[in-house]
Structures are given as C-alpha cells and as structure tokens.
Design a protein around this ligand. Structure first.
Ligand SMILES: Cc1cc2nc3c(=O)[nH]c(=O)nc-3n(C[C@H](O)[C@H](O)[C@H](O)COP(=O)(O)OP(=O)(O)OC[C@H]3O[C@@H](n4cnc5c(N)ncnc54)[C@H](O)[C@@H]3O)c2cc1C
Length: 460
C-alpha cells in the first residue's frame, strides 16, 4: 500500500463512491484511496439472504449495511430527486445546486446500467387533491426506481470502472484520524498501520454514527443532537395501494394527528416488495425493499409509518432513545415483532395461528407479538390514526389482517458542524453523506459526494 495520497475517502457508500467518481473523472492523476470497513460488492453475503439462517446472527460487520455500495447496496434503489425530504443538503449548498447534483447523479446511474428504469413524478397528479380531501399531504418528488437488482448492477459497473483508478482497501475500518501539518493521517488495523493525505472525505453513513461521534469528540468538531423517527412497517396486499404505486411508485404522504398534532409520514414504499431485517449496531429493526424484476415480485406492498421525535435540553441522546425501544422489541420477540392491525386494535397479541389465518402472508419471519408493549403510546396512537386516514384513500389499509412490523427506527446521525463546502472546522477534512447528519438518502448522499469532490478540485 502507498502511504501518501492526495485524497483519502473513508467509507464506500454512495457518498464515498460519488466523491471518488467525480475526482477521478476530472483528475486521473490524483492519488486516491478509499478505506471501507466492509467487503467489496461481490463478497457482501448476508447469511439470511444466502439461506443459511432465517434470523440475524449479528455479524461483526453487517453485509447489508457495510461494504462497497454502503447501506444502499441491497436497497430498493429509489433515488428521490427532491429537496422536500431525504436530507437538508440544500441548506448548505442551495436548492438549485442540490437538485442539479441529484439529476447529475441520476445521469451517471443511467450511464452505468440504470437506463430503461422508470422515473416517476408526483407533479400534477390527481392524488394531491385526493390526499388533501382526507387530511393527508402528498409531497413533491421525482423518483427514479432502480430496484434492488438494477441498483446492484449499477454499483457493479461503477466499481469496475473505479477500481482501475482508485485504490480500494476493504475490510479496513479506519480507527482514528489525526490532523497533521498540511493534511491528515488515518490509522487502521489496530493503529499498527496508517496512511497520509492532503484532503480527507469522511462518508461513514449511519453504521458509522458511533465512530463519527468519537472522531468529533477527539478532534473537537462541534455537533448538534438530532432526531429519531419511530414507528412500524405496514404490509398489505399490493392491490390496496396499486392505484398509487402504479402511477407514483413511492408516495410520501404526511398526516398531522388530531390527538397530539404530531406529523406521521409514509416512508420507503415497496410495491410488491419484501420486509427485511436491519441490523444497526447489533439491534434488529425492520426495513423493506423490492425488485425491478417482475419474477421477484411478491403479492404484498410495504411501507413505514414514522413519527419524528425531536428532543429538547437536557436530553441529547435521540439515537439512544430509539435504540432502547428497538431493544425492547428484541427482548420480547428475539428480533422484530409482527402484529395484525386487528389484534392491535383489540388489545391482544398476535400469535402464529392468528397470522396464519390472516389474508396477508408475511414476507419476513418475525415473531408474532404485541407492539403496544413496545412503542410509546403517542407514537402508536399516531400510527393508528394515520392507518385510518390512509384507509380513506386506499380502502383496506385498516383491515384486520394488515400486518405491522416493529419497530422501524430511522436513526439520524448527530449533525456535524460543517460549512457551505461541507468542510469541518479542520481545513481539508470534509464530512458528507448520512454520516454528517445532513443527508438521509441515496440521492442526497451521492450529491454531497459530487459536491465535495468539485470543491476539492476547485481548491487543488
Ligand atoms: C435496507 C435499506 C434500504 C434503503 N433504501 C433506500 C432507498 O430506496 N432510497 C434512499 O434514498 N435511501 C435508502 N436507504 C438509505 C440509504 O441507503 C442511505 O441514505 C445511503 O446509503 C447513505 O449513503 P452514505 O454514503 O452516506 O452512507 P452508507 O451508505 O451508510 O455508507 C457508509 C459506508 O462507510 C463504511 N464505514 C463506516 N464506518 C467506517 C470506518 N470507520 N472506516 C471505514 N469505513 C466505514 C460503512 O461500512 C459503509 O459501507 C436505505 C437504507 C437501508 C439500510
């Protein structure tokens, strides 16, 4: 391994990949290294997807969250081109620039295997009116749905192109960063090895949130505590939502609850998809995805219902709060819990036989149980209110057999203090993507990667 680089990128998720892509596209002479905790794409094998087990084994490095492609590698590959959700990158770089970069990322994806996939749009649809008539608000977005399979192909093509020009070091978690004269030194392999660089891009995503906190504390980089989103993943027959999903694919719908005036929103909608486990720092939560290939479609659609919880002083550990609730579900169910909506409303747990008797076949092997023992009342009430509100738009949503999986948690990294260049208080140390707390999506994280590369190119 070389020991001196122009740029070191920590993390090979969308943020890191698009930084590398843009840097080498413009300056093939630059010496760039990417250090990644997980494996290269082809070696990312989750024991569940490999059929070796139906339960998460809590691997030391999670193949779903880590490795080339980052947390997005096996995702549904929904690139939402919007400033309305997915992050607040626009607050740093402006709305016009943020959208332009998201479109640029889309062009790169199209040129690397994504051509032929559909770009959906909510603009000017009849659903806006329909939603408003039922106290729901449909957010504006264009959505490129790559699908899990095409997303994987695009990543494979990007890797094949990049590996010729960039040094990748997989299974190499960076342990520490040290500011030095004119640059940075990053340490790995028990600090027995290191590499130096002039500029360092940190793009460690959500799985690197704890590490990022440690680095900020060590390097005196100011941070702000953030929020956590909590709720359930809903699974129902796809025909119930088909009028929305056929036209929009994903609809981001927001509802303000009558009881607490909390905002509940739909998140990550997967028509004909599957519900999956997600392992964050050893805690099992739920997520979902779907394939572009019709042969892999299921008869169900799933989406999350989430309530954002912001904390005020003195409490700062919003992620700790979310983790504690997820741990409770893990303690009661040994992992994710599933419950029929009808059982939840009747105040009883679901059992294997009640689920088997139901009309919806679960796509995830979760433990039947009682989500009211896990989720705080305010969040559970908000989810129930929204299910009834959605039922007016998509009759059948509030059927007894609708399945709820819990808990779905969206952890947000604390916000790292960065400037309009996405640069920290240390000159030449950039923090981008979900690890910065600024983005929470594939498109925003990727756009932040391109942006920072261009800032570095402009300064080099
Ligand atoms: C199951 C699932 C489905 C999703 N579906 C969608 C979707 O359809 N649309 C959407 O917009 N978003 C989706 N997301 C979110 C999306 O994947 C993330 O917003 C996006 O990947 C963030 O990119 P990133 O580069 O900032 O971080 P990540 O993708 O998390 O990548 C960070 C990388 O850094 C590595 N790393 C962490 N710490 C270190 C360290 N110390 N040293 C070296 N490497 C380190 C990690 O291993 C990881 O590979 C999904 C997420 C999941 C988990």
């Amino acid at each position: 391994m070389r020991q001196n680089y122009d740029v070191i990128i920590i993390g090979a998720g969308p943020g890191g990949i698009f930084s590398a892509y843009e840097l080498v596209k413009e300056r093939s002479d630059l010496k760039i290294a990417v250090f990644e905790e997980g494996n290269e794409l082809a070696k990312r094998k989750c024991p569940i997807s490999e059929g070796l087990t139906d339960r998460c084994l809590g691997c030391k490095t999670c193949a779903i969250m880590s490795g080339f492609g980052g947390a997005g590698a096996f995702s549904d590959g929904k690139y939402n081109i919007t400033n309305d959700f997915g992050g607040t990158l626009y607050e740093y770089i402006g709305k016009r620039e943020a959208l332009a970069l998201m479109r640029y990322v889309d062009e790169i994806n199209m040129a690397h295997g994504g051509e032929g996939t559909k770009l959906y749009s909510t603009a000017g649809t009849r659903f806006k009116k329909l939603c408003l008539q039922h106290k729901l608000m449909l957010l504006d977005a264009s959505v490129r749905h790559l699908g899990t399979d095409v997303n994987y192909v695009v990543l494979g093509n990007l890797y094949d192109e990049l590996k010729e020009k960039v040094e990748f070091h997989f299974n190499t978690p960076v342990e520490r960063i040290e500011a030095r004269e004119g640059g940075y030194r990053v340490f790995f392999h028990g600090e027995s090895e290191f590499a130096d660089c002039g500029k360092c891009i940190v793009s460690v995503g959500r799985s690197g949130s704890k590490w990022m906190e440690k680095i900020c504390a060590e390097m005196n980089i100011p941070t702000r505590s953030n929020r956590v989103d909590l709720g359930v993943r809903v699974e129902l027959p796809s025909v119930i939502f088909s009028h929305l999903t056929d036209e929009l694919y994903e609809s981001k719908i927001v509802y303000r609850t009558e009881k607490f005036e909390d905002r509940v929103r739909t998140f990550c909608m997967n028509p004909n998809g599957v519900v999956i486990n997600e392992n964050t720092n050893g805690i099992m939560t739920v997520n979902g995805h779907s394939f572009d290939d019709p042969a892999k479609h299921t008869e169900n659609t799933n989406f999350a219902l989430l309530v954002s919880k912001h904390f005020s002083e003195p409490f700062k550990d919003s992620n700790g709060y979310g983790e504690s609730i997820a741990r409770l579900s893990n303690m009661l169910g040994g992992g994710v819990i599933v419950q029929r909506f009808g059982d939840l409303i009747r105040g009883r747990r679901s059992t294997v036989s009640r689920i088997e008797d139901g009309a919806v076949t679960p796509t995830l092997a979760a433990t039947p149980g009682d989500l009211s023992l896990v989720l705080p009342k305010r969040i559970l009430d908000g989810n129930i209110e929204m299910i009834y509100a959605l039922d007016a738009n998509a009759p059948g949503t509030a059927n007894d057999d609708t399945l709820l999986y819990g808990v779905e948690v969206k952890f947000y990294n604390m916000e790292v203090e960065i400037d309009q260049n996405l640069e920290s208080c240390h000159k030449g140390l950039y923090v981008i993507g979900d690890g910065s707390g600024v983005t929470h999506s594939l498109s925003h994280a990727s756009a932040s990667g391109v942006y920072v590369a261009r800032r570095i190119l402009a300064a080099t």
